[in-house]
Write a protein that binds this ligand. Sequence first.
Ligand SMILES: [Zn+2]
Length: 425
Amino acid sequence: MDLLLKGGRVYRSGSFENEDVVISDGVVIDVDKFPSSGHSSVVVDCSNKIIVPGLADVHVHFREPGFSYKETIYTGTMAAARGGYTAVCTMPNLDPAPVDKTTLDAQLDLIKSDGRVKVYPFGAITSDQSGRGRLSAMEEMAPYVAGFSDDGKGVQDEALMEEAMLKAKSLGKVISAHCEDESLLDGGYIHKGEYALKNGHRGICSESEWKQVERDIQLARKTGCAYHVCHVSTGESVELIRAAKKDGVDITCETAPHYLILCDEDLQEDGRFKMNPPLRSREDRQALIEGIQDGTVDMIATDHAPHSAAEKAGGLSGSAFGVVGLETAFPMLYRYLVAEEVISPEKLIELMAVRPRQRFGIRGSEIGAGVSADLAVFDINSRQTVRPSEFCTKGRSTPFEGMESQGKCVLTISEGNIVWNTLSF
Ligand SMILES: [Zn+2]
């Protein structure tokens, strides 16, 4: 089926233009080359809509193999499609964890059979994904992975991290680091700030994050490794990364929608407000916003981390860490950052589609002629309330539940296939 996406505003090279997009046999073709008569094509009315490169999320947890009661490759990629994503990178805290080619294959087989959008797994950094001990079989996994990460844990041993960076550099891969110094944790589970103090909760200090960012920057400088910081949540981390970039260190970072929209003043006694790193202070949130405005923060990833209802029913102290995010990221960021004029819509696409693809070598950062169609269409005027019961993900826990959002994904095309569609054509 040939599609003519008509009347939309198309994101191209950093700006929106009024243009039609023609997709023939799953491939974007030049409008000029499209036969105007004697050709059957389906016209899709995209007026008042934007057409953007498929969003790319470099930090998701799809739980398979090992924890399919929380999420599967199928439900995770359906959630991605519904959110406008056509590429995701999965974290390796699985069972078995991808630590060599054999264990990675278990995940790659599932991705091949069940994935609805492109899935690029991370391989583990350490041999048991614990952040300690010895390195995984990075070399044999390298051709098949987005990069290497021990997400869920920080690599505690400095010499081991240096070794990992040297290896990643030799393989041309990015190290994507969950930065957390375990010696500073002290049993905390929400931000060590006013809310924790007032309500008798154990806090996670900001230092546990930025101390390890600081250490890793020195190692990245020394080794020349392409280094990426996961889910930055503190103002101190933003400042360290800003300075490192000025210094020429090959460093990028992501933050997540909840750190940009909420802070610890929004906490409620409910597991849906619990994730790691935690919601930080109002000042931290402001520092992150300034970080995205000046380019210090390169991209927004969701850290989509579904759990069962029972696992999230233990309040702030007893619930598992992690919230879902793929289906709310764009509409929440559009509502609270773009509609509030904190950033432009072009900037949002750069943060959610362009920069993640560029950094992790995922093609499709431009809607270009001759390549398979990877794009999403959003109705940016549509306002709706976040209702977890409508989610495709198995996870239901989100701090955005009940909040108003703006911008709804109406069509997602991944590698030429329609994977999400609410339009009638
Ligand atoms: Zn993490």
